[in-house]
Write a protein that binds this ligand. Sequence first.
Ligand SMILES: [Zn+2]
Ligand SMILES: [Zn+2]
Length: 117
Amino acid sequence: MKRRKTLYKKLIMRELKTHHSLSAKELSSLLPKLDFSTIYRNLKRFVEDGILRAVNTGSESVSYEIAETKHDHFVCGSCERVKEIKIEASYLQKYLPRGYSINLGQNIIKGTCNKCS
Ligand SMILES: [Zn+2]
Ligand SMILES: [Zn+2]
């Protein structure tokens, strides 16, 4: 059982390294040998363990990504592709009311990607 757990983790992490962020549904189509509930259960546990982070991209399903790096995301409104971006806090600060601050690494910018525009 222990060995199987390690295998699931290895498979899931490998896909997330390649694709940056994936929903449970997307993972299950990439890993057809694992059943959906197994993938879902593992994702939940990895989030609890702090290995993965759940990214709410505003679409129906939550995406998961490796928690190592903190960054913001751009989500394409047409194809729902998620891209890693870096937001400059000092630039955005002037748009905020006095005394407000931004939590970097948790923001979603929406728009249209280069493939869809
Ligand atoms: Zn797009
Ligand atoms: Zn990301």
